[in-house]
Design a protein around this ligand. Structure first.
Ligand code: FAD
Length: 468
């Protein structure tokens, strides 16, 4: 008789293209999800992610139930729970998708050792990336630190293999676990009430999103315009593995995306972030460029709060921060603008912005979030140079020219004509009055003058270089 296996769901909450399920090959299995906040420490799921996770687990449970299968939920240290469950069901193998976060890597090593001591094994499969970061090397055998040659190398590897089918039958073992509510993932105060208007967590929601992304073939023209649905909005689904990157890749090809199109390059930015995290595990906490270790940040709780609340007085920044708070997501162009504003105009440490995004983004992803913040701050691998300071007004006028984005998220200034929408402080009093706006009362004056903020940022950069 074949011995059962334990399938441990982590960041692959799906049935299709799931290598761990495929590896069962007809064996009976206990399917498990463990909420292990302790092991993740500071990088335990942020508040928005927890909302998503709750609904994603509910969806996975329902999808399994429709196939007569069940999901065992547990909460606590996986280093204890996984070996215990494996012993309880007499599993010879624990199968999971590989994780890349430093805390998860050391946890997996400990679990593999504990299992091995009992004659069992931990098998990890490539499930949430196209390629294993440790397999990709430059011609001289080093990890990549620049995106373009990295992406070229990945394109040169050819098309990813086709996705695996959803298993027709999964024979699960019954073993009582916790009810979903016992994971306490939903917020106590209902700040997430608007999320369901924007999102449908789960595998079916991911499939619906791809189908609905009608602008995919115009991605180059639409991806920088936050006022329209010009990007896929798939990032939270990818974050929780409700769709795999290779399913997305092949879906894009099937929709007519050819060659090394920009959309595929964006998927490779995600791979690059994981490549960096794997080879530079300090990525979420410390600047990759040593010279930034002593950057003269000026931490200021009031300025940080104005940014978090979308009350900086710069409409494009405030629209982004409010979109984030209310919908759990922000457009990529606006992520760059808001992040640049925080670290450059306001001189707040990038880690403060990273932590806020981590808590409020539904797609909060350790690799992409950290790599992107370091990119904007100028201290990462292949980063934007620090002295390139985004001008929020020009960015707003260029990418939200008709003001649709700002008017949606900052309704109190919606009545301003386009000419002043991105710089209300330049509007004559009569125009402000006509739009029902008292600056400093209904909408803030800028917390920092652009020219002054820019000069201060450049001076701080010069100080750092002088000290280096
Ligand atoms: P699309 O444009 O449809 O792209 C498809 C997929 O490609 C995305 O879902 C995503 O997985 C990947 N992708 C696209 N752009 C990037 C990028 N620049 N870096 C890495 N992957 C990318 N992305 C996250 O998934 N999680 C984060 O926590 C995160 N934090 C960020 C923080 C900052 C400061 C910045 C500037 C960017 C951050 N990004 C993060 C990257 C990017 O903004 C999002 O992936 C993108 O906005 C998601 O929207 P979409 O699914 O519509 O993207």
């Amino acid at each position: 008789m074949t011995s059962p296996a334990l399938v441990w769901f982590r960041q692959d909450l799906r049935l299709a293209d799931n290598p761990a399920l495929a590896a069962l090959d007809g064996r009976p299995a206990l399917l498990v999800y463990v909420l292990d906040d302790e092991a993740a420490g500071a990088w335990a799921h942020g508040g928005a992610q927890r909302w998503w996770l709750h609904h994603s687990l509910a969806s996975l449970t329902a999808d399994l139930a429709a196939r007569g299968a069940s999901l065992h939920l547990a909460r606590g240290p996986a280093t204890r729970i996984i070996p215990q469950l494996a012993t309880a069901i007499g599993a010879s193998e624990v199968i999971a998708g590989r994780l890349y976060e430093p805390w998860a890597r050391s946890r997996d090593a400990a679990i593999a050792e504990a299992l091995q001591a009992e004659g069992r094994k931990l098998s990890l499969h490539t499930s949430s990336l196209l390629h294993e970061p440790h397999r990709i090397r430059t011609g001289t055998g080093k990890p990549y630190s620049v995106y373009t040659p990295f992406s070229r190398a990945l394109f040169a590897l050819g098309e990813p293999p086709p996705p695996l089918p959803t298993p027709a039958r999964i024979e699960t073992l019954a073993h009582p676990g916790l009810p979903l509510e016992a994971l306490e993932l939903l917020p106590k105060r209902d700040w997430a009430r608007e999320f369901p208007q924007h999102w449908q967590p789960g595998e079916a929601g991911a499939a619906a999103r791809i189908k609905a992304f009608s602008l995919l073939n115009r991605y180059d023209a639409t991806r920088n315009l936050p006022g329209i649905p010009g990007t896929s909005g798939l990032s939270p689904h990818l974050r929780f593995g409700e769709i795999s990157p290779r399913q997305l890749w092949h879906a894009a090809r099937a929709a007519g995306v050819t060659g090394d199109a920009t959309f595929l390059k964006e998927i490779l930015w995600r791979e690059f972030a994981y490549h960096l995290l794997w080879h530079r595990p300090e990525l979420p906490e410390a600047p990759l460029q040593q010279s930034f270790a002593n950057f003269p940040w000026q931490p200021d709780a009031k300025l940080l709060r104005a940014w978090q609340r979308g009350q900086t007085g710069y409409p494009i920044v405030d629209a982004g921060m409010r979109q984030l708070w209310r919908s759990g997501w922000m457009h990529n162009r606006v992520r760059m603008i808001t992040a640049s504003f925080l670290v450059k105009h306001l001189l707040q440490p990038w880690q403060a912005g990273e932590a806020w995004f981590w808590d409020t983004l539904l797609d909060g992803d350790l690799a992409s979030n950290a790599a992107s913040w370091q990119w904007v701050a100028g201290c990462g691998a292949d980063a934007a140079p620090y002295f390139r300071v985004f001008a929020p007004v020009l960015q707003g006028e260029k990418f939200d020219a008709d003001g649709a984005y700002v008017r949606r998220w900052v309704p109190e200034i919606a009545g301003l004509p386009d000419k002043f929408l991105h710089k209300p402080w330049e509007a004559p009093e009569i125009i402000l009055r006509g739009a029902n706006i008292r600056l400093g009362v209904d909408y803030p004056r800028p917390v920092m003058d652009h020219g002054q903020g820019r000069a201060r940022a450049l001076a701080a950069y010069a100080e750092m270089r002088g000290a280096a």
